[in-house]
Each structure stands twice: as C-alpha cells, then as structure tokens.
Write a protein that binds this ligand. Structure first.
Ligand SMILES: [Zn+2]
Ligand SMILES: [Zn+2]
Length: 349
C-alpha cells in the first residue's frame, strides 16, 4: 500500500481538509494514475453533506479524474505508462450480470462501485475519489483521453459529459431534430454542446432571461423563457426530445406540453421527488418521461472520442485544492461557468 495526500471531510458538517489515505499495491490488471485534474460535481457536495443519506466518512470526493499513468500491472495491454487517462463515476462492477454484459455497468445488479463512497473490495472500507494525489483503478474502468483536447477541460466530461451525452445518444438525437435543454448549469451547458454537435436545432429552456447570451455562445439556436406563457404556447407540441437538467424537484407539466406525440423528456438532474405529474400531460399525445444515469464504460469512451472529433470540452474555472470549501458554496449558489476543476498540483505543493 502507499499513503497519499487527499482532501476529505470528517463528517457531514465538516469542511474538507488535507488528510492521508491508502492506495492499494497495483494488481495485474490495475493502472496507477498520478491525478493532474479533478472536476467538482454537485454530487461531491451532496455526498460530503450526506444529503442522500448513507455517506461514509471520511468522504474523499471526486469522480471527474484526469491523470498520467505512473505504473501498470503485467496484464494491462491497451494503456501505457505516461498516457493521459480519465476515470469517471465508477471503478468496478460485477461484470457478470445482464446490465454489465450489455455495457451498462452503471446499472450493475450487484451495484456499481462508485469512485468514492463505494465498497472497496481490495482494502475493505470505502473507496476514495479524485481529490487526491494518486489513484489505483482496474484498467477496464480507465478511459483514453483524445490528445487534441485540453486535459483540464476534459475532466468534467467524465460525469457531466456522459450524463448528458448518453440520453441524447440513446434517444438517437440527430440532424434536424428539435431538442430542448432545460436548465443551464454544469449539465445543461454540456447538453447544448452535444445536441448542437449532433446536428439538432437546440432550444435552451430557462427561467432566467440573463442566460440567453451565454446559451447562444454555447450552441443554442433559440432561447425559450419558461415563465413566458405566450412563448411556451408557440413552442407547444414541437419538440422531438427534452433533456431536463434541473437539479431539484419541480413541476414538469409545462415542459410535457412542449413535446410532440410519442416524444420523450429525460430527467438527469433531480434525484428527489418531482411535483405531481398530471396524467393528462402524458395521455394527450402519448408522451414519455424517462431518466438516465451517467453511461457505461464503452459509451463513456465513445463520448470522449466524439468530443475529440468535434473539439468539445467543458467551460471551466480552475481552482487550487485549498479553496475547495469556498468553491462548494459557489456551486450551491449556481455561481460557476460551468464547472470548477481542481489543479491537483496544488495538493502536491
Ligand atoms: Zn458527478
Ligand atoms: Zn454487474
């Protein structure tokens, strides 16, 4: 085992501070990674603060990891020392159940092993994430990063990117489709970029008129202010797909009125109760409400390759590790365009 520096929270009320954690000795299929950048996801904050229950302490968050390969096990074939690689939201799964066999490890019947706060099969206890100097991960869960992209801005693709790419891909969004992205934050800004690159006519749907200019810069063709009932009526029954990234429970009925017959709205943001759905909103037009969770490893690699081809990265603000607690407050206030990324060199110094 090796001891490395990390940033962790001792309990749900504590600030994050520097701690020491253990990383396992590399196994034949493992890759040891020197972490260079780590994105800050809203889930990190929910886990630190135990908003969803079941958090295990100390919590060392971080599942948008970019780094350089330091060492590989003797059975690792497609990754070399020195490669730039990524690790996202999971570091293991059973690999034998139906979802795992179908490249849907995020829905593993045994439960995927989260990059942090998952069950550590090797050392016991729970897994520690990317707010740390190094990580050891089975090569199956290590992603290749396209060389033409800025590494620091690739980090958020590992969670915010795949979370929005996967539903657009699954529901086959393509050229000429009218796609609405609801909510402009870490997820929404990636949703606009992907839908635009897939050739869709993209409409940013928001409650804040102040976000219009930025939405267009990111690739939206139109902006629809959801509080403007006349504008909402004009767009009624016209959308092929809606990606709903709003992170909290809300009333989805007004959005359902925007869908065409048989069209789907996919939820990716709110992991909490939504306001009641009126049966008529679904019955009138045979409409669908669905959900989606990150993506499997194969699809995450496809997403990264798509980003390489289309030159897509996240819009980021770089921070030093020791400013993480202030950064959390800003994430909670929605005050970041659009993702914080930690320069992990600041933890080593
Ligand atoms: Zn995340
Ligand atoms: Zn499985």
């Amino acid at each position: 085992m090796s001891e490395v520096k990390a940033y962790g929270a001792a309990d749900s009320k504590a600030d994050l501070k520097e701690i020491k954690i253990e990383r396992r000795v590399i196994q034949p299929r493992d890759v040891k990674i020197k972490i260079t950048y780590c994105g800050v996801c809203h889930s990190d904050i929910h886990t630190v603060r135990n908003d969803w229950g079941g958090s295990k302490y100390p919590v060392v968050p971080g599942h948008e990891i970019i780094g350089k390969v330091l060492e590989i096990g003797n059975e690792v074939e497609n990754i070399k020392v020195g490669d730039t690689v990524g690790v996202g939201c999971m570091v293991d799964s059973c690999r034998e159940c139906e979802p795992c066999k179908q490249d849907l490890e995020q829905f593993c019947e045994q439960g995927m092993v989260g990059t942090y706060n998952g069950r550590d099969k090797h050392l016991g206890g729970h897994t520690f994430g990317g707010y740390s100097e190094e990580i050891v991960v089975d090569n199956y869960y290590v992603l290749r990063v396209p060389e033409n992209l800025d590494e620091n801005a690739v980090a958020p693709l590992l969670c915010a990117g795949i979370t929005t790419f996967s539903p657009l891909n699954h529901w086959k969004v393509s050229k000429g489709d009218k796609v609405g992205v609801i909510g402009l934050g870490g997820l929404g800004h990636m949703g606009i970029k992907f839908a635009h690159a897939m050739g869709a006519h993209v409409v940013m749907i928001t409650t804040s008129p102040g976000k219009a200019e930025d939405a267009k810069r990111l690739g939206a063709d139109e902006v629809l202010i959801s509080k403007d009932t006349d504008a909402m009526k004009k767009h009624a029954n016209s959308f092929d797909f809606l990606l709903n990234t709003v992170p909290v429970g809300h009333d989805i009925n007004p959005y359902l009125s925007l869908l065409k017959i048989d069209a789907t709205m996919c939820m990716v943001g709110a992991v909490e109760p939504l306001e009641a759905v009126h049966g008529g909103s679904l019955i009138m037009g045979r409409k669908n409400v669905a959900g989606s969770l990150i993506g499997g490893i194969k699809e995450t690699q496809e997403m990264l390759d798509f980003c390489g081809e289309h030159n897509i990265v996240s819009d980021i603000e770089m921070i030093d590790m020791h400013t993480i607690n202030e950064a959390y407050e800003r994430v909670v206030d929605g005050d970041v365009k659009y993702r914080f990324v930690i320069d992990m060199e600041s933890l080593r110094n």
